[in-house]
Unconditional design. Structure first.
Length: 75
């Protein structure tokens, strides 16, 4: 149960981070004081894709745990 909650919370955090990166793409420059992609925005889109992928994986793991728990309860 705890594992499932952690996975769903992580999925939500990754979604929030992806949305923040889409809406405020200069957070990397503001936080670290560097401009690794020289203003092209390529790094920000890579980060959005990474956070999106991590959100899908974490949500999938949480769903797997829910399904496994239901199977054990039924059987």
């Amino acid at each position: 149960m705890v594992r499932m909650v952690i996975e769903y919370v992580l999925a939500a955090v990754f979604v929030v981070l992806a949305v923040i990166t889409v809406t405020t793409p200069q957070w990397i420059e503001a936080l670290f004081g560097i401009d690794p992609d020289r203003g092209s925005g390529a790094l920000e889109w890579l980060i959005v894709a990474l956070f999106g992928l991590l959100a899908v994986v974490a949500a999938g793991l949480g769903t797997r745990d829910v399904l496994r728990r239901r199977r054990l309860q039924e059987g």
